[in-house]
Design a protein around this ligand. Structure first.
Ligand code: C2E
Ligand code: MG
Ligand code: MG
Length: 664
């Protein structure tokens, strides 16, 4: 600090008497020239000073003056009149070398007096220390106080003055000014430090620590501010986009939290980038319109806040979007986000794929932030149940639909507790001779409102919210129990494989294979009575974990069925890489009788045969479909023509008495 700090050694003398100027000059400037100094001291102090010698009083005074002056030099400027003094102070300020103090005479006719001069000097520099010099007879302290106010920067010096007093004043007031400067500087430094720390704390409190995006509560308060800002403006729309990553929990569960965090950070970066692009576009548009800020009406604080992202928690994000004219411009932004988030994310030596479901709500004319966010969440939920990478705009009907979905969610919990689920079985048939070679176990839910829910209604919901793990456990136990009962009736040979549908979330859940082993033991059934049905889409990503699980199951004796082949990407090379025993060709290929469909089907069957994989044609409803499938090389078939899903006893007769109670 000391190196660069200004030195406050400048003193201003304002007095209309030139001889007083000389006196000041001698006291403040010339102490080093002993002779003059002695002369002056003699003039001021008379014999007391000049007669010196020994340790008499004159010596004492002399050494006092000398010690005061020692090492101190002042730069002194002189003015004959108040206004001239003010001008000198002004140019000193401009030169960045302000006076530390001023000695100001009280009367300087014909110019302004000392009090007026003081006022003007303070106007220029409120920190200037001022000593008003006045003869004994010539001052009225209370009048002066009245005009100048109370100040610790004002002193009186009575004339005729004493050199020691002048030096003391000069020395202590310049020093005071210097110390005040340091204190102010320190104060400013402290202030800026406090401001910096406060800002850092505010940022910490307002942002999410992982992604550095706004957090939920600050997002809600910003949204409320914006809504309040456009309460009376009906034609200005804002929108809130609610984003929920698809299958994020899968990444977390299968690859660990580190991968999950990496994914969230990368996706946040992409979201921020899309928002930044939109803001730049708005900037440009505003610029082209020649307007600086027209967007206040939307309640946005700054143009940069026009598209403002936040992380609400977990894998949920929200974006507040101002200046949205209609749902299509919100959708455009939604599509851009879906594309950005969908690009693969490199992690370790693998690629992670992020999907996202986006719901949006348009708002105009104010509203409650929490209400708006809830509606966008509802729209997101609607998008989610329609599949991955979907976008929905909120409308009132959606409310009812989503309420139904939520009812299913709580219904599933009740169904598990009250035993409302059951398994039906559908035969798998040899197309050549019509013999049943196995069965597929398919869930049915008989809810207490006498409704039968098919899996398509509740499995996707259960897959997303994780309930599928518990449901899957129940299915495995029930299927093995069925097998065990028919085995005891010695009908198992007629039943062949009983296949169990397993979703991706189950496959990657820790302990999945172990739970299957425990169930085999419990129902005392061998693994080779069962098939595990998985879909291509379930295994295409994060395939290392799933691959390992499938290999373990296969080694134990389970047959692996690839379900719904043709619904997804239908990668033929996939057949080569995955441990597959049987391929189930999706119903869409069986129904599609175009030459192109037929050619594809033929190619799939040929490829499968070449790899030693059996083929089942799914969804055969007509004799034509059956014979075409057979003609094209499918060995087995499944479909309403060959047998509908029914309770096991409908196909296999009554089982023996129950030996093992079902377990959840
Ligand atoms: P999926 O595994 O492909 O099962 C075949 C679906 O096609 C069944 O629908 C069946 O009833 C239906 N189906 C069979 N033949 C025909 C036909 O000729 N025509 C038509 N139009 N449909 C036919 P369902 O039972 O509604 O099951 C739907 C999907 O739900 C299943 O498709 C499977 O992916 C899933 N699912 C069913 N049960 C379970 C389960 O226990 N666990 C899991 N994770 N998923 C299950
Ligand atoms: Mg299946
Ligand atoms: Mg299928």
């Amino acid at each position: 600090m000391a190196g660069s700090e200004p030195v406050f050694d400048r003193i201003l003398i304002v007095d209309d008497n030139p001889s007083i100027h000389d006196d000041f000059r001698k006291i403040l400037c010339d102490q080093s020239q002993d002779e003059t100094f002695v002369e002056l001291a003699s003039a001021l102090f008379g014999d007391r000073f000049a007669s010196g010698g020994g340790m008499g009083p004159a010596v004492a005074v002399r050494s006092e003056v000398a010690s005061l002056a020692a090492g101190e030099t002042f730069r002194v400027d002189f003015a004959d009149q108040g206004l001239e003094g003010v001008r000198l102070a002004e140019s000193a300020m401009r030169a960045n070398a302000p006076f530390a103090m001023a000695f100001v005479d009280i009367r300087m006719p014909p110019g302004i007096d000392g009090v007026e001069t003081t006022l003007r000097l303070w106007e220029l520099d409120p920190n200037l220390q001022i000593v008003i010099c006045t003869p004994y007879s010539d001052y009225n302290w209370s009048e002066m106080k009245h005009r100048l106010g109370r100040s610790d920067r004002l002193l009186l010096l009575k004339k005729p003055f004493d050199a020691v007093e002048v030096l003391q004043l000069a020395s202590s007031l310049t020093r005071k000014r210097q110390l005040e400067y340091r204190a102010d500087l320190r104060d400013a430094e402290l202030q800026s430090l406090i401001e910096k720390r406060t800002n850092a704390l505010r940022t910490l409190a307002e942002t999410d620590s992982l992604t550095r995006l706004l957090n939920r509560s600050s997002f809600l308060s910003r949204l409320q501010r914006r809504l309040d800002g456009c309460r009376d403006i009906q034609d200005t729309h804002s929108a809130v986009l609610f984003l929920d990553l698809d299958n994020f929990k899968l990444v977390n569960d299968s690859l660990g939290h580190e991968a999950g965090d990496e994914m969230l950070i990368e996706i946040s970066r992409r979201i921020r980038e899309v928002c930044r692009r939109r803001n730049s576009m708005l900037h440009l548009r505003e610029f082209q319109r020649g307007r600086k800020r027209t967007l206040d009406s939307a309640g946005a604080d700054r143009l940069d806040d026009m598209t403002l992202p936040a992380r609400l928690g977990g894998d949920e994000f929200a974006i507040m979007v101002a200046d949205v004219r209609d749902s299509s411009s919100a959708e455009e932004l939604g599509r851009e986000l879906i594309e950005a988030i969908g690009k693969p994310i490199e992690w370790s030596d693998r690629k992670l794929f992020g999907g996202v479901s986006i719901g949006t709500v348009l708002v105009s004319g104010g509203g409650e932030a929490s209400d708006v966010l809830r509606k966008s969440d509802t729209a997101m939920y609607d998008a989610k149940v329609r599949g991955t990478n979907q976008f929905s705009v909120f409308d009132e009907a959606m409310h009812r639909r989503v309420a139904k979905q939520l009812a299913i969610e709580s219904g599933i919990r009740r169904a598990l507790e009250c035993g409302e689920f059951s398994l039906h079985v559908q035969p798998i048939t040899c197309l050549a001779d019509g013999k049943q070679v196995g069965f597929e176990a398919l869930m049915r839910w008989f809810s207490d409102d006498e409704m039968v829910h098919t899996p398509d209604e509740f499995i996707p919901i259960a897959e997303e919210n994780g309930q599928i793990i518990e449901i899957g456990q129940w299915v495995v136990h029930s299927a093995m129990q069925i097998a065990s009962r028919y085995a005891q009736a010695d009908r198992v040979n007629g039943m062949g494989h009983l296949t169990i549908n397993v979703s991706r979330r189950q496959l990657i859940a820790p302990g999945f294979v172990e739970s299957i082993v425990a169930a085999l033991k419990r129902y005392d059934v061998p693994a080779n009575w069962f098939g595990i049905e998985i879909t291509e889409t379930a295994v295409v990503e994060t395939h290392h974990t799933i691959y390992d699980q499938l290999v373990r199951l296969r080694t134990m004796g389970f047959k692996i069925y690839l379900d719904d082949f043709g619904k997804g990407t239908s990668s033929l090379s996939f057949l080569n890489h995955f441990p597959i025993d049987i391929l189930k060709i999706d119903r869409s290929f069986i129904v599609n009788e175009t030459p192109r469909g037929t050619a594809i089907l033929e190619a799939i069957v040929m490829m499968a045969n070449a790899l030693g994989i059996e083929v089942i044609a799914e969804g055969i409803e007509t004799e034509e479909q059956r014979s075409r499938a057979e003609r094209l090389g499918c060995t087995f078939g499944q479909g309403y023509l060959l047998g509908r899903p029914k309770p096991p006893e409908a196909w296999l007769g009554e089982p023996l008495a129950r030996h093992h109670p079902p377990s959840g």
